[in-house]
Design a protein around this ligand. Structure first.
Ligand SMILES: C[S@@+](CC[C@H](N)C(=O)[O-])C[C@H]1O[C@@H](n2cnc3c(N)ncnc32)[C@H](O)[C@@H]1O
Length: 462
């Protein structure tokens, strides 16, 4: 069905439709009767409406901004839920709201938000379209009404959603949360997804049931059933955690880990807050960042790694000098690297004739890659085919000091650690590696910083 939707409409409105098994699972999470009033605020093709009707729930209301969708349901109002003057209250609000970062919103949607009192009161241009769907839905619940949504998890811990979190903590409590990491639930959506059940209530329950599923596998009815019943299996983790509080990030971690993280955070607060520029006037506290203690730079770009690796060549004396010891991201492990690769690294300013004469083995080696090398992105310069294309941060890397390397990008969802590794002076990082150097003003040694960064609590925090 998704294929039938005009691509630009799909992007504009954040159209990702919920698989039937997931929608069914979410409806089963609800605690409602046939008389309950139910709202689907952004119904898409109507997967929730269809199932709700089949299950005998008939007091349904829905909104959808795209007139081409869900036409078979008489309960759908084709207007924006954001601006809708919805005054009646509901027992259950269920669905999969759109999520679009402000910067990706079309102008008409931005204008609509800017004119919306809820948006103006709680949010700003660093927020997401999703936030107003959650907050307005909570407003529209009866006391003890339930909100069951599937959506990305980022609003649970980003700085700019703090107002939404604080609003929710005051309005009620969470009953259960399912966290799906890596699981491909929606086409082309790579963020982690959560399903949550929130109850609007003056009385709070003490604990939240959390189930996490860590697998790059399609979500099946069977998996969902097992998660619901907290059946142990390899990719699942179950926790019971205390209700979230105001002014904290909502981390789906045990209470003990959350306590440790809050100690860590309070130790990281800058001691002289007034001296720090507060760009958005929002963060009440400013944390120290690693950049306060360290210089940081991303590695060198060869433009064609395979051409620059010294692969068992017989080398003359000049050639031996024209090499660089390099560590690549794939070689990094926590604390130490697995290995060093020797790369060809020619001095700048050579003529091709001299290159051939002084470095004959390298010259021959480069000929088979010449066309590919000449077609590298040239950064608006003319770069000889035997030279690296971008020596960014070369001076930093040339310091006579030990350094810490970490992959620039890391898929951490199936790991329980990062890979910060110590490297000796004279070892250079490739472009997929970020290098960290102790600033002369830092009191701690590079080994201390390494141990700190590899501490499991830092992984939990990030
Ligand atoms: C992520 S999709 C989910 C659709 C449906 N709830 C489902 O689960 O399959 C979000 C839907 O919200 C609709 N939408 C976007 N902005 C809206 C708005 N302001 N008011 C109502 N619906 C909106 C989109 O057209 C899209 O169909």
């Amino acid at each position: 069905m998704e294929g039938t939707i005009n691509q630009s409409t799909k992007n504009k409105f954040g159209q990702y439709f919920t698989p039937k098994a997931v929608a069914d699972f979410m409806i089963e999470m609800a605690d409602v009767s046939p008389h309950s009033k139910i709202l689907e605020p952004s119904c898409g093709e109507g997967v929730f409406l269809d199932l709700l009707q089949q299950k005998g729930y008939n007091r349904l209301t829905a909104y959808e901004i795209d007139q081409e969708l869900a036409q078979k349901f008489s309960c759908v109002k084709y207007e924006s839920f954001v601006s809708a003057k919805a005054e009646e209250k509901f027992d259950l609000i269920i669905g999969n709201p759109p999520y679009i970062r402000w910067k990706n919103l079309e102008n008409d949607l931005k204008q609509e938000l800017s004119a919306n009192p809820i948006w103006v009161q709680y949010f700003n241009s660093l927020c997401d379209y999703l936030y107003i769907f959650i907050l307005k839905s909570v407003e529209l619940l009866h006391e003890n009404g339930q909100l069951i949504f599937i959506c990305p998890e980022y609003w649970m811990n980003t700085t700019h959603s703090a107002s939404l979190r604080n609003y929710m903590v005051q309005a009620g409590y969470f009953e259960e949360i399912y966290h799906f990491n890596e699981t491909p639930i929606f086409d082309k959506v790579t963020v982690s997804i959560v399903i949550f059940k929130f109850v609007k209530s003056k009385e709070k329950k003490e604990k939240i049931r959390v189930a996490k599923f860590y697998a790059n596998q399609k979500l099946t009815v069977e998996t969902l059933k097992n998660l619901k019943n907290q059946i142990p299996f390899k990719e699942a983790e179950y926790l019971t955690v205390s209700q979230f509080k105001t002014n904290e990030r909502w981390l789906l971690q045990s209470d003990e880990t959350r306590r440790e993280l809050s100690i860590l955070e309070s130790n990281c607060i800058k001691k002289k807050p007034n001296s720090i520029l507060n760009l958005f006037g929002e963060g009440k506290t400013e944390f120290h960042a690693i950049g306060d203690f360290c210089d940081i730079g991303n590695g060198l770009v060869s433009g064609l790694d395979k051409a620059f690796q010294v692969n068992g060549h017989a080398l003359n004396e000049n050639e031996l000098k024209a090499t660089l010891n390099v560590i690549k991201a794939k070689d990094l492990k926590p604390f130490l690297a697995k290995g060093i690769t020797q790369y060809i690294f020619m001095p700048e300013g050579l003529e091709e004739k001299d290159f051939n004469e002084i470095y004959p083995n390298f010259y021959t080696h480069f000929q088979k890659y010449k066309t590919e090398l000449e077609n590298r992105y040239q950064y608006n310069r003319k770069i000889n085919y035997w030279e690296w294309v971008f020596l960014r941060n070369f001076n930093l890397f040339s310091k006579a000091e030990k350094r810490i390397f970490v992959p620039c990008k890391e898929r951490i969802s199936n790991k329980d650690h990062f890979r910060f590794a110590l490297a000796d002076e004279g070892i250079f990082p490739t472009q997929d590696v970020t290098a960290i150097f102790r600033k002369p003003t830092a009191k701690e040694s590079i080994e201390y910083i390494l141990a700190y960064l590899n501490n499991p609590i830092i992984f939990d925090w990030l």
